[in-house]
Write a protein of this length. Structure first.
Length: 200
C-alpha cells in the first residue's frame, strides 16, 4: 500500500477550499492564542491633602445681645413726655416749665384706681374747656416701689403712666395742646401741666 504524500497538491487544496466554502461552521472559532495588547493600568491617585481653614478667634457668646435692664416695661414717663415737641408758644412754655405760670385749676387723682380716675379726669378736662381755662394741673402721685413677689413685674405709678395716654386719646386729644411734667413747686414728677387749646 502506497503512502499518501505529506503535502497536498494544488488540485487537492482547490477542492478543499470549495468544500469549506459550502459548509457552515458548527462551533465558533477558538480565540487566537497570540499575544494581546496589555490593558493599561489606572494611574495611582495620590490622596488629597486636607485644606487648612483658618477661623478668627472668638469666644462663645461674645456676639450675643446683652440683656437689657430687668423688668424694663417701657421708657420712663418723664422721658416719654419730655420728647414731645413743643406745640405751644415757646416763651409761655418756658415760663410754665419753670413754675412761673399758676394753674387755673387742679385735680388730684392720687389714691384712685384706674377705673375711678379715667372718668374723673375726662370730666375735669371738659369742664375746664367750658370755663375757657388754658393751664390746668393734674396730680397723679409718683407711685410707690413695691414688689409683691409675683412672676410679672408691677409698674409703679400706674396713674402717672396712664394719664398722658388718656390725654392723647379721644375725647380729650382734640382739646390738649401740651403735656409736660410739673415744676417741683407744683408736684414735680407726681403731676402734669396740661395746656389746653382755645375754644373755637
Amino acid at each position: 500500500m502506497a503512502r499518501r504524500p505529506k503535502n497536498l497538491s494544488d488540485d487537492d487544496k482547490a477542492l478543499w477550499q470549495k468544500v469549506t466554502e459550502s459548509t457552515i461552521r458548527l462551533r465558533p472559532p477558538k480565540p487566537s492564542l497570540g499575544k494581546t495588547d496589555p490593558v493599561p493600568a489606572e494611574p495611582i491617585r495620590q490622596p488629597l491633602k486636607p485644606v487648612k481653614v483658618t477661623h478668627p478667634k472668638f469666644r462663645v457668646g461674645e456676639r450675643a445681645k446683652k440683656p437689657g435692664s430687668p423688668h424694663d416695661l417701657a421708657p420712663s414717663m418723664r422721658d416719654h413726655v419730655a420728647t414731645h415737641p413743643v406745640a405751644m408758644d415757646r416763651n409761655t412754655f418756658g415760663k410754665m416749665k419753670k413754675g412761673r405760670l399758676a394753674p387755673e385749676a387742679r385735680i388730684d387723682l392720687h389714691g384712685m384706681t384706674i377705673a375711678q380716675a379715667h372718668p374723673v379726669l375726662t370730666r375735669f378736662i371738659l369742664n375746664a374747656i367750658d370755663a375757657d381755662r388754658r393751664l390746668v394741673l393734674v396730680i397723679t402721685g409718683k407711685g410707690k416701689h413695691k414688689d409683691d413677689g409675683g412672676p410679672i413685674p408691677v409698674r409703679h405709678g400706674v396713674l402717672r403712666h396712664q394719664v398722658p395716654h388718656w390725654l392723647n386719646t379721644a375725647p380729650l386729644r382734640q382739646h390738649v395742646l401740651q403735656i409736660t411734667e410739673a415744676h417741683l413747686k407744683h408736684g414735680g414728677q407726681g403731676a402734669y401741666y396740661v395746656y389746653l387749646r382755645r375754644r373755637r
